[in-house]
Write a protein that binds this ligand. Structure first.
Ligand SMILES: [Zn+2]
Ligand SMILES: [Zn+2]
Ligand SMILES: [Zn+2]
Length: 689
């Protein structure tokens, strides 16, 4: 028992709230990790819920994932299938009891049960303790077990067994993307990664998210778990079932990756799991408590000692955020097409959905439509105003345009990024907004991505940006680094030795085609994308030539960057109505450094420092001109800790106030909040603001 660490009974959100003007309230509440009291009972031989995998109380257990409709009462949840026994009922009805009106209350006599099934779904064991010991045996043998959890299925295997992890990669057809892990306790995680005080608090919070932590080297985690990045994603056990598996002290860490096929939604239904995961898993650890809504694990990291969300889902959804601005009509913000979330506004209440995924996948789009209906019903929203991205071809925008509500508001992508920060911090004033992003549709038809805006929730102006370069190839431009490289060569008249280009794209014919496309402006856009510039720099450093998963190259570049290096490359700011950052000198220097044999750790660091510096210079210039002293930073590229921390330091050093995303991700997962905030300001009842 000593090794079992309960989650702390504290609310990360309430702590955070003391630092902002906003207010968070919870109506339909989020799913919460097993509390300390329940854990004590779980391992107490004299308790009638001893070793019961579904123990819960008013302070913990499933909520959002089991609610079908409001009000939040047992008959409206998937627990309606289980009639309470007398003992449970007594606690449920006793005002003095910890389980008073705990809707999912259950015990071994009356509640859900676990079973072990083979990969065809045939039951092979149904005695609770035997199911757990068998599961552990299979995992220790190197087998893959699909474990039904709180918000969906996980695919689990022993994280210290490279053979098992490789098999999982092969069967899941996921070659590179790092896997998340669950470890027995903080002490174990510390053997594999650096856990400071803040990280420990977040790991043990009631949300129990996956926390990205710096790797410790050497470690015993299988090399194939997270190659090419400098972090491990760890979470602690958050259901009684997880605790029972780790309590046997046979496993140190498990890979616990989402049970789904490539980019499809997380699987939460038994039939679908057997059908789709049967080729991946050797066995299924099942239970008969239905999951009504799938909710992924949340992912966070820590920047400047603050919890920063990368994927907002389990534990955080559907907490409501209260704004200063109160809208005169209900608003529905559809979000963006990548890492989609959507958001409803009811007066001054903002309710943001869980992470949905990338809309290009048809099953995600279908799941999105269902999720919208579900949340709308749950919070009784009746939107007459719809907000979407200004992108002409986003699936989400096309859907919004077809809705034909009273009012349709289209919001420029990067303005929405900055607005998400303003919404979180409840700020109506103008700020200097710095956006570091992959792509977003710009007002001039170009693809924006590296922007300095003067923005409020009312409007924005483009103050400066990374100078445009041509990018050929539509969708493959976000994957193949050769495309931005050739665009940048053209823009800055660079010559790169053939052998370096050969390393990145050996197919000379393909290079020629790209060159011609750029020359003739065929299938080519003008862009200020920072994400693609990172791809180019990573490829020039010899870190690969393709993003097999999103941001693989930029993450590899961040992973090797040497934090001790403070130098940077040359760049120029050019004035031409707007200020543009010209980076031709930097690229020339990178190529020279490479030819001189400079360590790529140094090149990577100097590159990061240069980006931080030109953002800083843009902000300084904007400040000189406008006297605005607050800088908001957002956009997917700011999920890069090296870049964010260096830029924040530079800005703070000269006395500027820096605001960044806390409650929603800086990536496109935060777009819906920004869109909603802009619409709410437009529809604001308090006109004096
Ligand atoms: Zn509890
Ligand atoms: Zn009972
Ligand atoms: Zn974006």
């Amino acid at each position: 028992m000593a090794d079992i660490e309960p989650v702390a009974n504290e609310k990360t959100f309430e702590i955070k709230q003391s630092q902002t003007d906003g207010e968070i309230i919870a109506e339909v509440t989020a799913d919460i990790a097993t509390c300390k009291d329940c854990l004590n009972e779980l391992f107490d031989k004299n308790n009638f819920r001893y070793r019961y995998p579904f123990i819960n109380c008013t302070n913990c257990g499933p909520r959002y994932s089991i609610i079908k409709t409001i009000p939040y009462d047992r008959p409206n949840t998937t627990m309606s299938a289980f009639a309470m026994c007398d003992k449970c009922k007594e606690q449920y009805e006793n005002v003095e009891d910890r389980r008073f009106h705990a809707q999912p209350v259950a015990c071994p006599a009356c509640g859900p049960k676990i079973t072990l099934c083979d990969k065809t779904g045939k039951k092979i064991e149904n005695k609770s303790d035997k199911v757990i010991s068998e599961t552990i045996r299979l995992l220790l043998e190197g087998k893959i077990v699909a474990i039904k959890g709180l918000g969906g299925f996980h695919l689990a295997c022993n994280a210290e067994n490279d053979e098992a992890v490789k098999t999982l990669r092969l069967r899941k057809m996921r070659d590179y993307k790092p896997f998340a892990m669950m470890a027995a306790n903080i002490k174990k995680i510390k053997q594999f990664a650096v856990v400071d005080k803040k990280a420990k608090d977040v790991l043990q919070s009631i949300q129990a998210p996956i926390v990205l932590l710096p790797k410790k080297e050497p470690n015993t985690i299988a090399p194939s778990v997270a190659a090419g990045v400098n972090t491990f994603g760890f979470m602690l056990p958050y259901t009684p079932l997880h605790h029972l598996i780790f309590a046997e002290k046979k496993l140190n860490a498990l890979v616990m990756t989402s049970g789904n096929i490539s980019d499809e939604p997380l699987i939460c239904k038994d039939d679908e799991a057997i059908e789709k995961l049967g080729n991946i898993a050797d066995a299924f650890l099942m239970h008969d408590r239905e999951i009504y809504r799938q909710v992924d694990d949340s992912i966070v990291h820590i920047i400047k000692n603050e919890l920063v969300l990368l994927r907002r889902a389990r534990g955080f959804v559907p907490q409501t955020f209260i704004s200063k601005n109160s809208a005169s009509a209900d608003i529905f913000a559809v979000g963006a097409d990548l890492k989609n979330t959507f958001c409803f506004v009811k007066q001054n209440r903002f309710i943001i959905s869980e992470h949905i995924g990338d809309m290009a996948d048809a099953s995600v789009y279908k799941h999105w439509l269902g999720s919208i209906e579900h949340l709308k019903k749950l919070i009784e929203a009746n939107p007459s105003v719809v907000v979407c991205d200004a992108h002409p071809n986003y699936f989400s925008s096309q859907y919004a345009r077809k809705l034909k509500k009273d009012k349709l508001i289209e919001v420029q992508h990067h303005w929405a990024h900055i607005a998400s920060v303003l919404a979180e911090h409840n700020i109506n004033e103008k700020v200097i907004g710095l956006v570091a992003d992959g792509t977003g549709y710009g007002n001039d038809g170009a693809i924006w991505g590296c922007e300095c805006l003067i923005a409020s929730l009312n409007d924005f102006q483009r103050f400066g940006h990374l100078a445009y370069y041509p990018l050929a190839g539509g969708d493959s431009a976000a994957k193949e680094a050769i495309r931005p490289i050739m665009g940048l060569m053209k823009k800055y008249n660079l010559s790169i030795p053939e052998n370096i280009l050969d390393e990145i794209e050996p197919d000379g014919k393909k290079r020629q085609t790209i060159e011609q496309q750029i020359e003739k402006n065929i299938n080519t856009v003008q862009t200020s994308s920072l994400g693609r510039l990172f791809d180019a720099a990573a490829a020039l450093c010899g870190l690969g030539s393709c993003n097999n998963f999103e941001a693989q190259l930029p993450m590899a570049l961040e992973a090797i960057a040497d934090k001790q290096v403070k130098e940077s490359y040359l760049f120029a700011l050019k004035e031409n109505g707007v200020t543009t950052a010209e980076i031709g000198d930097m690229l020339k220097n990178i190529i020279e450094d490479k030819l001189n044999g400079t360590d790529r750790k140094v090149i990577a660091a100097k590159f990061h420092n240069t980006i931080a510096e030109f953002f800083f210079m843009l902000a300084k210039k904007a400040q000189d001109k406008t006297r605005i002293k607050t800088v908001a930073i957002s956009g997917g590229v700011f999920c890069n800790r090296f870049l964010s921390e260096r830029l924040i330091e530079l800005l703070q050093k000269v006395g500027l106030t820096v605001l960044f995303n806390w409650l929603v991700p800086a990536n496109d997962g935060g777009i819906s909040l920004g869109q909603a905030a802009i619409a709410a300001k437009k529809m604001n009842k308090n006109k004096q603001d």
